[in-house]
Every structure is written in C-alpha cells, then in structure tokens.
Design a protein around this ligand. Structure first.
Ligand code: AMP
Ligand code: FE
Ligand code: FE
Ligand code: ZN
Length: 279
C-alpha cells in the first residue's frame, strides 16, 4: 500500500494539475497521496474528487517555508481544516507577500536589463500562489536561462542579483497555526537543513513528526531520522517532493514511497474534530 506524502501541483509551483497528478499516481499504483502545496490548499479539492473516482486516497496538506536563524525551514501540515478562519487568513497573507515579492523581483530584473513581463509570470502561476519557479519559467521562455536551477543561480536565488526576500513566518508560528487548524505539523526534509538542534526546539513548540523519507536524504540520514523519530515518539512521514516531470530538482512522483503503517499512525494522531479535518 505505497504512499507519497509530499507533492506539489499547479496550485503552487508544481507543473501537474491536481487531477493529472492523481491520475499519474493511480497509474503508478500508489494508494495514498498527500497534496502539500506551498502556502495554499487550493489544489486539494480537485485532487480529492479525482482520487474518489480512481480509488486513491488524498490527504489534505500544506508546506509552509519559514525562517529560523537565517535558514529556510519547511513545515508540512497534514489534515489542517482549510476552512479554519485564522489558518486561511494566514495563507492569504503569505500569498499576498508572494505576489509583492514577484512584482519587486520583476522590477529588479528590469533594472538589470532582463525584461520579462509580470503578466507572463502571473499566467505561469495561475495568479494565486506565486513562486520563484514561475519567474524561472518565464526567464527560460525568454531565453535568459536554460534550466530552473540556472535561473536561480543567475538571477533569483539567494546569492543572485535579483533576489528579493519575502515575508516568512517563524517555524513556531507555522506549527501553531497548523495545530490551531487541527492539523499535524511535521518538519520537512530535516537532512536538507542538517541542524538537528531545531528538532528538539520545535518539539517544544508542538512539532509532531519528521519527514524521514525524502529524495535528498542519503541512507545514513534516513536511518538517523528513523531512529530519532522512534526515540522521540515523533510521527514518521515521507514523500518524493515531486514538482512534476519538468521540475527535476527533486524526486519524481512515487520515487519515495512509505508504507501504510505510517499513514495509520498519522491518522490516529489527528488532533481536531475528525469531521472538521475531512473535506
Ligand atoms: P519561493 O517559494 O518563491 O521562495 O521559491 C522556492 C521554490 O523554488 C522551492 O519550493 C523549489 O521548488 C524551488 N527552488 C528553490 N531553490 C531552487 C534552486 N536552487 N533551483 C531550482 N529550484 C529551486
Ligand atoms: Fe517548490
Ligand atoms: Fe520543502
Ligand atoms: Zn516541497
């Protein structure tokens, strides 16, 4: 009963629509997936409806990129109630900050002589939850870069000249809002961060799990986090972090699969009223 609990769709910076992702997941024989778009749950309903038709379970989720001591810390949330008003307000604030950031980045690029159209970036993203990958795609379409990675290196990555920071929550704030919405907060790919002290710190703030299985973790890290999760009583999750077949940076769909027992443990840990966590 393989499951992939870390997936992005066109609702954020993935390249497959929620429905196409579900169809592909079913074709690959996955039985459960979680949609974990950046700062939005707009893709969840479409995926859920497509999953119903194909007998594929879709877990509602989110990924919030936060900042801690100058580092990017990604917090996953499973089963938050997407109609929770405070949670929703927070997502709208983050989406607004993303839009502002894109506008400022396009301006900065213009100043550097790189002329791309804001409207093209909005069209790439669908206009709601924008990310730098959407800018990267327009840069590629206009011949300024050949790959997303190159676009980040040359223009929009943290060391590049058109980098613009955006408003981010702290990981404690992201955990708090996910808990408030009845969701389960999980630290994404801790091996990418490689600062295990944050795990102890975040547990004190309500962290309930860690993403043990991830394409960027080597075998040693996977074993380390597995052991750590068991010792600390944390939930264990995993997934491919697929952004679609074009986004080769991370894994492809189903590249990382976890077994049903982890899904069962996750479900039995839902904190809110069960009906408010369902669609
Ligand atoms: P943003 O959400 O706008 O800050 O953009 C971050 C997203 O860009 C991440 O979720 C990845 O999908 C992608 N990304 C981050 N760093 C890189 C990189 N160096 N090369 C390619 N894609 C990246
Ligand atoms: Fe992403
Ligand atoms: Fe992430
Ligand atoms: Zn991700």
């Amino acid at each position: 009963m393989p499951a992939d609990l870390h997936l992005h769709t066109t609702a954020s910076d993935g390249t497959l629509t929620p429905e196409a992702l579900v169809v592909e997941a079913a074709r690959l024989g996955l039985t459960t997936i979680a949609i974990t778009d950046h700062d939005t749950m707009d893709g969840v309903r479409e995926a859920y409806l497509a999953g119903e038709k194909l007998n594929l379970k879709v877990i509602p989720g989110i990924e919030i990129n936060t900042e801690w001591k100058g580092l990017e810390v990604h917090i996953l949330g499973y089963y938050p109630d997407m109609n929770h008003p405070h949670f929703n307000d927070m997502l709208l604030t983050l989406q607004e900050a993303r839009k502002e950031r894109v506008i400022r980045t396009v301006d900065k690029l213009k100043f550097l002589g790189v002329k791309i159209d804001l409207d093209d970036v909005l069209a790439e993203s669908g206009g709601k939850c924008l990310g730098r990958p959407h800018i990267a795609r327009v840069l590629i379409n206009n011949g300024y870069a050949t790959t997303q990675r190159e676009a980040f290196e040359l223009f929009i990555g943290p060391e590049a000249p058109a980098y613009v920071p955006r408003f981010k929550l702290s990981p404690e704030q992201a955990i708090a809002i996910i808990l408030k919405a009845g969701g389960i907060p999980v630290l994404a790919h801790p091996g990418v961060l490689d600062r295990d002290d944050i795990i102890y710190f975040l547990i004190r703030h309500g962290l309930m799990g860690i993403e043990v299985f991830h394409p960027d973790h080597n075998a040693r890290q996977t074993q380390l986090y597995l052991k750590m999760a068991r010792k600390m009583g944390l939930l264990i999750t995993g997934g491919s972090d697929c952004h679609g077949p074009r986004g080769k940076k991370r894994g492809l769909l189903g590249k990382v699969k976890i077994s049903q027992r982890y899904i069962d443990e996750l479900e039995s840990a839902i904190t809110g009223a069960p009906e408010s966590n369902q669609l």
